[in-house]
Design a protein. Sequence first.
Length: 304
Amino acid sequence: MIYDLLIIGAGPAGITAGIYAKRANLKVAMFEKGAPGGQLMNTNEIENYTGAKKVAGFELATMMIDHAYDLGVEVIYDEVTKITVDGPIKKLETSNGIYETKTVIIASGNVPRRLGVENEDELAMNGISWCAICDGPLYKDRKIVVVGGGNSAVEEAIYLSTLAEHVTIVQNLAELTADMKARDIIMKRNNVDYHYSSVVTKFLKDDKGLTGVVIKNEQGEETTIYADGVFEYVGLIPVTDMVKDLNITNKYGYIEANEKMETKVPGIYAAGDVIVKQIRQVVTATADGAIAVQNCLRYLEAQD
């Protein structure tokens, strides 16, 4: 069986693409290696998605995937490891087989970047987390360190401050870089303090797990912060290993796509956080998914 369209990733971009494709009567399926929703699943609250007012990330993700399910969009819970091009047909390889399609939309998103310092790998998910809504409740009335000062870090620190006894934010720059509203909120929390122009150099542990972090400031001075948990928000890495042989990414691994979401390879499109773009938000991801499908349709019509 050859699909009209296969979508890699079931975050906001991929789900939107699936909905538009199904409504256009395409033979379509989405691949998802984890839980549908992408980064939405790691987001506590969203206040800037038009019409939703204030909504938990997992609630918005659930509404999106339920919409796709209701329309009958096929979801394949598997990981695409490689894409090859065989004339007009694209072949998507997984551990369970090879799927053939006329067009592809890559909406695989990002994964959290790690710091790469001592004891980080050993403490991952045993004291170090990248998801406040998932793991925050484990640290109720305890001490937490949040690494980062952008929107994700500050927004999640706001949530964590409602649970934890104390939150320490470690930011490598001289100030927080989150939106003004988020900064205003966090600055009003009396159980939050800050270490600016500082980086984490080591995680401390005992036989039970994490016990704290060592940080270093611009002057080279080291400080030990004792904590029960650490949440890292220091950027994201695009999930693009499956296209590394197609020459469609930039040096950072993000896919280069034009305003039609077209890549350099005819019939292969990309959408959402995985592409080179100015703003990575839910609303821009859904827009990308819709645009990509419209141009897939034009491509398919031209092939007939």
